[in-house]
Design a protein around this ligand. Sequence first.
Ligand code: DAH
Length: 341
Amino acid sequence: MDLLKTLENIEKDAEQELTELDELKELEELRVKYLGKKGEIQQVFNKMGKIEPEQRPVVGKSANILKQKIENLINENQQRLEKAKEKKRLVAEKIDVTLPGNKPKLGRAHPLKVIIDEITEIFTGMGFSIAEGPEVESEYYNFAALNIPEHHPARDLQDTLYLDDHYLLRTHTSPVQIHTMEEQDPPIRIIAPGKVYRSDELDASHSPIFHQIEGLVVDKDITFSDLKGTIKLIVEALFGENRKIRFRPSYFPFTEPSAEVDVSCIVCGGEGCSLCSRSGWLEIMGSGMVHPNVLRMSGYDPDIYSGFAFGVGWDRLALLKYGIDDIRVLYENDRRFLHQF
Ligand code: DAH
């Protein structure tokens, strides 16, 4: 048995196989094949008992040298393959930074958003803050605390979406007045934009979900003149300086006195047209001096503090400002519509 010859053959095979290799995972197979516990070098050691005793040290030494040589070869080739693999990855991931990019499509602000941004800017400039309240309200906040009596028609199932005996979807943003007064001490200056809900059928001028912007100011010595001046500012900012404003006596349970605010028609300027039903005026909000009962229920002394409040139909402002005649387009989010703003 010529083990030296066997070692020579192993060496030749290993050299060839390792240098021809091009996959890292095959390297592991070759490691097992040559250096493993049942590998070819080990098999030579296993057969040493069967050869002449004086041959054993010679074969043993050659086998150890070859083992070391194959180990080195494996390590060298491992490095070679790893480098090649990394290079391949870099080539595959190469990005041409000079290629033109994909332009993301730009959205536009929704008309309601444009309006509230303008209004927010005016009011925050005057020291108001933006308040929020829950859309699910109790009867107390939506009605009772606003001085709306038990059998008032607004509490009717026909107008209000009740969730159970006590909770409902707020029908107006006025309950935010109560939350704010409960949470803060005067002076109060807030606006509260938000969604409101009524059990209306959807048509060109009604939507079961719509938007209002509530305003509330409470302090010592607040008068109706403060209310008028504030409303004048909003109207002028939204509809231009030469709009006329009219306060009409009205009734809301939570204000006394109460007034409905009209602006001169933005289409005909007051002459009379179909938009203003020939009256020359457009109704845009309800307002008034906060009712003493409301102040009292929120823990404020009406002999010390007074305030004014207003509630604007936010959607209506958008429809008027942009000359839109159907409220539904505000909710459909048709991009062709939204892109006009
Ligand atoms: N909450 C009333 C509504 O939904 C609007 C309103 C009127 C709010 C007068 C006010 C106000 O704050 O003072 O019809």
